[in-house]
Design a protein around this ligand. Sequence first.
Ligand code: ZN
Length: 282
Amino acid sequence: MKTKTQKNLAPRLGLRWQSAAASPLLRCGATCPKRRGASLPAAVQGATAFALLLLTILSPAAFAAERGGDTLRVLFLGDRGHHKPADRFAQLQPALTPRNIEFTYTEAMTNLNTAYLAQFDCLMIYANTTRISPEQEKAMLDFVAAGGGLAPIHCASYCFLNSSNYIELVGAQFRRHGTGTFKETIVKADHPVMTGLSAIESWDETYVHHRHNTNRIVLAERRDDSGPEPWTWVREHGKGRVFYTAWGHDQRTWSNAGFHALLENGVRWVAANSPNQLKRQN
Ligand SMILES: [Zn+2]
């Protein structure tokens, strides 16, 4: 939330708020007549610059604006399973909310319906829910096909075991794992999801997948004596996009700043064609 003072200052300072919650006044851009302080006295310009600096430092929204990001709405689907999604959500939300990503946490599979999903730009899944109803599967597939983003994380590649459509949508299914500390190998550094990222090193489960859908782009691999294992990838489904990473068993990876950055990039990339997002940009 921006303070009243920030809201009042923004148009005068020419800030280009990116927040969807912002009023049109706060979307002051190139055409805004108040954009520049060139006609203001020097002292006022100095004060303006100082206030702008303060605002940029203090305001999460301004920080996001600097990064060029619009507010995204993400539905985080967890469960009460051994991965403790609510605890992991509690680690992620404070890291990404200041970056203009609004999260809603749910464990209710009944929320996988068309009307509810329509409120979001991205569905993130971190759960071990074994079954999905035909109606819920259709709502999810339709959501993505229409441009919504899907971000299954770690164990989400072992969700909805009754749905071959879901496994195909994710891009593979979890098969087995060991454990250890390892470093991924980025294989497609020029993809937007990997922009500005360094290879993550963390303790985690050494996922091995099967039922690979080759219609995807692998961005990072986990390499060991058995060879390269696809680790993070993206794919497309209709107008929508999917981002998956096998990272994320417990608090060690979920507290990793590189993991937060990866999830932020992944969410932004998959949400790019969201009908909500496009509507707000118009
Ligand atoms: Zn795990």
